[in-house]
Design a protein around this ligand. Structure first.
Ligand code: AMP
Length: 136
C-alpha cells in the first residue's frame, strides 16, 4: 500500500515542497517540532534507510547537507537537528524512510529526551566486536 508520502509525491495529497528531483524531495512537516521543520524523503518507497537503492543512498549526503544549509538560511537558526526514526520501535509512524531536519536556536527548549547511560566493565568492547562482525 502506498504510504502517505508516496501519495504526496504523486500529487494525490497536498504538500509544501522545498525541492524535488529524480531521487529525493523535501517538504514541510505538518506537525513541526519547530517552524521550518522539513522532511527529506526518497522517491523510492522503502521503510528503512537500508531498503533504499544504492543510487538513492549515494545522493543522500548531498541532499542532506544542502537541506541543512537551506533550513539554517531560511530560519536564521545557527543549528539543526537531523533525526531518523528507523522503525516503529524508534517512533517511525510513516513506513516510508525519511529524515527530519528542524531549526535549533540556543535555549529554544526543544531538546529531546536522549538519556545517556553507561557500559558495564567490558561491555563496550563486547559491543564493538558484535558491531564489527555485523558490519556489511
Ligand atoms: P515519523 O514519526 O518519523 O514517521 O514521522 C512522520 C512525520 O510525518 C510526522 O512528523 C508527521 O507530522 C509527518 N506527516 C504526516 N502526515 C503528513 C502530511 N500529510 N504532510 C506533511 N507531513 C506529514
Amino acid at each position: 500500500m502506498p504510504s502517505i508520502f508516496s501519495k504526496i509525491l504523486a500529487g494525490q495529497i497536498p504538500g509544501q515542497f522545498v525541492f524535488r528531483d529524480e531521487l529525493w524531495a523535501a517538504l514541510l512537516d505538518i506537525r513541526p517540532v519547530a517552524p521550518g521543520h522539513v522532511l527529506l524523503i526518497p522517491l523510492h518507497e522503502g521503510q528503512h534507510l537500508s531498503d533504499l537503492p544504492p543510487v538513492t543512498l549515494a545522493a543522500l549526503g548531498d541532499r542532506l547537507a544542502r537541506l541543512t544549509a537551506t533550513v539554517k538560511a531560511a530560519s536564521g537558526a545557527p543549528a539543526v537537528n537531523v533525526v531518523v526514526n528507523d522503525g516503529p520501535a524508534a517512533g517511525q509512524e510513516v513506513p516510508h524512510a525519511h529524515l527530519h531536519i528542524w531549526p535549533r536556536f540556543p535555549d529554544d527548549g526543544k531538546g529531546f529526551a536522549w538519556p545517556h547511560t553507561a557500559y558495564a566493565e567490558g561491555e563496550l568492547a563486547t559491543w564493538a566486536v558484535q558491531l564489527r562482525s555485523a558490519w556489511r
